[in-house]
Design a protein around this ligand. Structure first.
Ligand SMILES: Cc1cc2nc3c(=O)[nH]c(=O)nc-3n(C[C@H](O)[C@H](O)[C@H](O)COP(=O)(O)O)c2cc1C
Length: 192
């Protein structure tokens, strides 16, 4: 049995439910699990494994990036797994990616429209662009997952809604696949 922290940040709330689902699978597998918003986590020593999750909001959520920066040394000393919730993910042919064990929600993934060039929407939504915003350069996570997210326009400030319409170009709705999310959580119980 390991002691595991599942820490998350969220813009509109839905990533918290994803984190809870991952934590529930780890608990069911017999681990001692704490699930908390990143803002409530003072330190991560004492844990054997840490799962970090946040939505893509102009890259990985700013709060999560700050958390990783602040705890970089402690994170290097434990097993880690990362996840992101997003509404668009572009798979680029032969994109140079760090050697990480990736889980992708195939309903989220779109291949680039025109091989050899990326349009504006694609440029800011590639797997490589996302991973760069999530992982410290020395990170060796046991797994990284990209899940389809949830978008409700009424929860957003006008400028957030404008960005989502122009760049992310996503149709509002709840696209989270909890079967995939739970199965990723179960897979972590062996890896962390
Ligand atoms: C301001 C803003 C920017 C976003 N940027 C991206 C993005 O760059 N790529 C993407 O795939 N999704 C983007 N999204 C969609 C969110 O990542 C998605 O809706 C996520 O599930 C929200 O999670 P939350 O409810 O925990 O905040 C954006 C949403 C907002 C509101």
């Amino acid at each position: 049995m390991s002691k595991i922290l599942v820490a998350y940040s969220t813009n509109s709330g839905s990533t918290a439910e994803v984190a809870q689902a991952v934590a529930a699978e780890l608990s069911q597998a017999g681990h001692a699990v704490d699930v908390k918003p990143m803002n409530d986590v003072a330190a991560i020593n004492g844990y054997d494994g840490v799962v970090l999750g946040a939505p893509m909001i102009f890259g990985w959520h700013d709060q999560a990036r700050r958390f990783v920066k602040k705890h970089r040394a402690e994170l290097a000393a434990v097993k880690t797994a990362y996840f992101a919730c997003a509404m668009r993910l572009t798979r680029v042919e032969r994109e140079a990616l760090p050697p990480v064990n990736l889980t992708l929600d195939e309903n989220l993934v779109k291949d680039q429209a025109k091989p050899g060039s990326l349009n504006l929407k694609e440029r800011f939504t590639t797997i490589g662009y996302y991973l760069k915003s999530m992982l410290p350069s020395d990170a060796q996570p046991v797994s990284v997952a990209f899940f389809n997210g949830k978008l409700e326009m009424f929860r957003l400030k006008w400028w957030q809604a404008a960005f989502v319409m122009v760049v992310v170009n996503a149709t509002p709705g709840d696209y989270r696949d909890f079967d995939l999310i739970k199965s990723w959580g179960r897979s972590l119980s062996q890896l962390l």
